[in-house]
Design a protein around this ligand. Structure first.
Ligand SMILES: Nc1ncnc2c1ncn2[C@@H]1O[C@H](COP(=O)(O)OP(=O)(O)OP(=O)(O)O)[C@@H](O)[C@H]1O
Length: 588
């Protein structure tokens, strides 16, 4: 089995060149640090101990300045590489997340809070910055420079080297302990943020409903609770960060103090060491610890970023798993395309579905829908009609059993090809913020001309509505634009279908009463569309039910019986009763 590489490893291996540059610059930086200390010690020795004249040390001071400038430039270089790595990694991850959101299967798309997904795509990806811009450059520096400084110190004065070697692991152990805790806390923080974002978006979308029911204040409290949860998680991480900094500073100060004490004893008491060497070691030691300390801080921010990256990884894993399942060979793709150009026949074989364990269960099959047939699904509210339509459309995947399209299991069909051939006319089609024309054009998976849009609007009975508006089909509708009535929305949905010319139409008939004219326009348009397609309708109108080739009568998630209207009226008292009670008000 192919071993999965983590998202971080993938991003790093994609930027291997930059890691190599980082290593080389770090090595040069280590040499510059050691060189700067050596030159400074030499200058101090000559000026203060040997009382050399300025002209005699001017050259040395010049070299010292050049080395200091080089050191600054090298640090800057590492910073720039880190930032570039972060930019590339964030761009890659955000592209992958958005691509997966847009290309994932319907069931995956329908899962989870929209607000949570937004927070992962925006905030979690942004938070990954620290790992690439801070953590990685510091880690590469930590892998090269301290070793170099340690070697130099050992060659100068072994005792100091041993003290450094003995105290450095305390910093590393401390970093690992803190890091482990931080990553877990950071993952918690992102769960809290996703929850907060979800609650917030949900509340904004339902603000009108909340106000009508006087629950806006309650919801405000809910948002506050959710935001406090996020704040607490963030504060916990900051608390760890501050404790971490304090502890690191203490360990570092103590270690430098021990080395300085040892040097002082060697220099003043035992007189076994020159001032030059002692001063040089004393310059190198803080550099060594300050590097380790910076690594500790970067380690902390790196672990916080890792929590965020893990959240992105989980989202990508969920959607990628789906992509593996949906993969089709070129041959399969061609044959799927071919099959679906005809009005398809559909068979359901022992299909079972549950939204969640212990909840409503749908158990149907065998059901056969012939090519070009017109089927009505009827039943009481909650009997599973919409669930069945969602399963046939591919919005939901069955738990077991098979749905065969033209004799081939639906799960093997490429979702994109499948959706190219069907139109699902729901009761509440989504109207995007844009013009009528833009909204109709969505129906075609290609660029369409103005004439085609106008023709589709005409066929769907929408031109009358547009004619009454000053800007006609260029009127702005959807969010922030003009509102549409239920009947207008369905006609807009139909206009999309006329552009698409599907071979399978799934229609969730309006339960609300439409005026006689609108009903007729809808019926005429639907009939025109259905003439070249297989059609399955969740039917509420007696007219639709009577004209269906076959009626599926659902109750409690099972198919009770099927047949045409007259047969069912004779054979099934519960059907006759339902027709009598529910459909009397319909268009007979
Ligand atoms: N997303 C969901 N999660 C959990 N349960 C659900 C979900 N959607 C629907 N259900 C449940 O599944 C059952 C069948 O619902 P479904 O919408 O299929 O019924 P229906 O026959 O279409 O009803 P109606 O005529 O009122 O639209 C109901 O008990 C409903 O509460």
């Amino acid at each position: 089995m192919k071993k999965k590489t983590s998202l971080t490893a993938q991003q790093l291996s994609a930027q291997r060149n930059r890691l190599v540059y980082l290593a080389f610059i770090s090595l040069a930086l280590g040499i510059a640090i050691a060189g700067q200390a050596a030159l400074l010690a030499e200058a101090v020795q000559r000026i203060f101990v040997e009382s050399a004249s300025f002209p005699s040390v001017a050259g040395l001071l010049g070299i010292l300045l050049a080395v200091m400038a080089t050191r600054t430039l090298l640090s800057y270089g590492n910073g720039v590489i880190g930032l570039r790595m972060a930019t590339t990694a964030k761009t890659n991850m955000r592209t992958a997340v958005l691509k997966n959101f847009f290309q994932s299967s319907m069931p995956v798309t329908l899962r989870g809070h929209t607000g949570g997904k937004v927070s992962i795509a925006l905030d979690a990806v942004d938070e990954s910055d620290g790992y690439f811009s801070q953590y990685m450059p510091r880690m590469v520096e930590a892998a090269v420079i301290p070793i170099l400084l340690l070697i130099v110190t050992f060659t100068l004065h072994a005792n100091s080297g041993f003290i450094m070697l003995f105290t450095a692991p305390f910093i590393l152990i401390f970093m690992i302990l803190v890091g482990l805790k931080t990553k877990k806390k950071s993952e918690e923080k992102y769960s809290q943020l996703a929850e907060f974002a979800g609650t917030f978006l949900d509340s904004l979308q339902g603000l009108v409903t909340l106000k009508i029911f006087g629950r806006a204040n309650r919801q405000e409290q809910e948002i506050e609770r959710s935001s406090l949860g996020y704040r607490d998680a963030t504060m916990t991480i900051l608390r760890i960060a501050f404790t971490n900094t304090f502890m690191l500073e203490s360990i570092v100060m103590l270690s430098i103090g021990i080395v300085a004490l040892e040097l002082a004893i060697q220099l003043l008491v035992l007189k076994s060491m020159s001032f030059h060497t002692a001063f040089l070691v004393l310059l190198l030691v803080p550099e060594f610890y300050s590097l380790l300390k910076n690594t500790g801080t970067a380690f902390h921010s790196g672990r916080t970023s890792m929590g965020a990256i893990r959240k992105v990884e989980i989202i990508l894993e969920e959607t990628n798993d789906r992509n593996d399942q949906m993969e089709l060979t070129e041959e399969g793709r061609a044959s799927a395309k071919e099959l679906l150009t005809l009005p398809p026949s559909i068979e359901l074989d022992n299909v079972r579905f549950q939204y969640a364990p212990g909840s409503f269960e749908l158990k149907v099959g065998p059901i056969k829908v012939g090519t070009g047939q017109n089927i009505a699904i009827v039943g009481r509210s909650g009997s599973g009609k919409t669930t069945l339509l969602h399963l046939i459309s591919g919005l939901l995947k069955p738990k077991s059993g098979a749905i065969l399209v033209n004799g081939t299991p639906l799960s093997q069909k490429d979702e994109t090809i499948w959706f190219e051939h069907i139109s699902y006319i729901t009761q509440h089609p989504y109207i995007f913020a844009g013009t009528f024309a833009d909204n109709i054009a969505i129906g075609a998976g290609r660029n369409v001309t103005r004439e085609e849009i106008e023709k589709a609007a005409e066929e769907a009975g929408l031109s009358g509505v547009a004619a009454k508006l000053e800007q006609g089909l260029d009127t702005f509708v959807g969010e922030g634009g003009r509102g549409l009535s239920g009947g207008e929305k369905q006609r807009l949905s139909l206009a999309r279908a006329f552009l698409k010319r599907p071979t399978l139409i799934l229609f969730d008939e309006p339960t609300v009463g439409l005026d006689l004219r609108t009903e007729r326009v809808l019926q005429r348009s639907i009939a025109a569309l259905a003439s070249t397609a297989t059609m399955i309708t969740v039917a509420h109108r007696l007219y639709t039910i009577r004209h269906a080739d076959n009626i599926l009568f659902m109750d409690h998630g099972t198919l009770v019986s099927s047949g045409n209207h007259d047969e069912l009226m004779k054979r099934l008292p519960s059907y006759a009763e339902m027709v009598d009670v529910q459909l009397k008000g319909g268009l007979a």
